[in-house]
Design a protein around this ligand. Structure first.
Ligand code: FES
Length: 331
């Protein structure tokens, strides 16, 4: 789902920060070279992780009409790869290196009806779309789930803006999204836009694929940071190149191999384009596919993985303290 974007870096000052929900911080920026922001756009932000530069992507949740002030909302993940910790420690008056606004999640205007689905911090990619649809007088509905009311960012603002078009669900209250019901209510021309944890998006993708609905009417944004297993350290080796390294809990295979000088292809770095795919030769662990590029069949076969997001989890019976091994080859 990636579209072409030219990456031009610029500086942006942090002008406000607010804790808007449990572990979610809203960060407002004033970029040196403002540009108008369209729904679905994101920023790339250069973050510092243990003294090393890395790039993270964050959806722009809202902006002034000329883009001179724009806001992100960043969830401090329990198993942060370092980016969200960095973002949660930027104070007003500090400067960030940013690129964008960049568009990988365009919304098509003119569909007869829309379903928007957000899980947790995924609301950042969906909120601007919902606002635009309201302004256009479009027929739409928003399904938004979170761990608890306290963990739901922009809950009151969304309720005030969208009224009964907003449906909320909370794990803490046992009110869960009914995915089959949502998809059964879609017409052949309904467009569904979603952003959230990989489990939620996988479940929606499977149900959508099993229906008669047009696959191109299902659109999604993922920043590739949630998986089926808790991230753990593991070992990667490439016998052909004589390379082996440990992958820390907070880094990706792609980042670790790049640091060693292995030539890797990549583009989106969030599990969408498939450019970073590597061949899996062996593992005694279970591959935690965190991409939305490979099909379910390919994920089950596990002969390849996306090195930018996917990981390996230990088998349940493995002895504590030993890193599970993954043997790969690169194209
Ligand atoms: S770089 Fe795009 S899927 Fe990994």
């Amino acid at each position: 789902m990636a579209t072409s974007n030219t990456i031009v870096w610029q500086d942006a000052e942090v002008t406000a920060t607010t804790e808007i929900a449990d572990r979610i911080r809203r960060i407002t920026l004033r970029p040196d070279n403002p540009q108008q922001v369209r729904p679905g756009e994101h920023l790339k932000v250069m973050v510092d992780i243990n003294g090393e530069e890395a790039v993270r992507s964050y959806s722009i949740v809202d902006a002034t009409p000329d883009g001179s002030e724009l806001s992100l909302s960043v969830f401090h993940t329990p198993h942060s790869r370092g980016g969200s910790t960095y973002m949660h420690t930027r104070d007003v008056g500090t400067w960030l290196r940013i690129a964008g606004p960049l568009q990988d999640f365009p919304m098509r205007v003119g569909a007869p009806d829309y379903v928007l689905v957000a899980g947790g911090i995924g609301i950042t990619a969906i909120r601007g779309m919902a606002s635009l649809l309201r302004r256009l007088g479009a027929n739409y509905v928003i399904h938004y789930s979170a761990r608890s009311p306290e963990a739901m960012a922009y809950r009151e603002e969304l309720a005030a803006e969208h009224g009964e078009k907003l449906h909320t669900y909370f794990d803490s209250e046992g009110t869960l999204l009914d995915i089959p019901a949502i998809i059964n209510s879609a017409t052949p021309d309904t467009e569904l836009y979603m952003c959230g944890p990989i489990r939620l998006m996988d479940a929606i993708r499977r149900t959508w694929q099993a229906s008669q609905l047009d696959p191109t009417n299902l659109r999604f944004e993922t920043f590739g940071n949630s998986g089926w297993f808790t991230p753990e350290q593991f070992s990667v080796s490439i016998p052909r190149l004589g390379v082996s390294t440990e992958i820390g809990q907070n880094e990706s295979i792609l980042e670790a191999l790049e640091k060693l000088g292995v030539e890797m292809m990549s583009d989106c770095r969030r599990g969408e384009c498939g450019l970073c795919q590597v061949n899996v030769l062996h593992t005694e662990g279970q591959i935690d596919h965190r991409d939305v590029f490979f099909s379910d069949k390919q994920k089950t076969a596990s002969t390849k993985l996306c090195a930018c997001v996917s990981r390996v989890a230990s088998p349940e019976a493995s002895p504590p303290g030993r890193s599970v091994q993954l043997t790969i080859d690169v194209p």
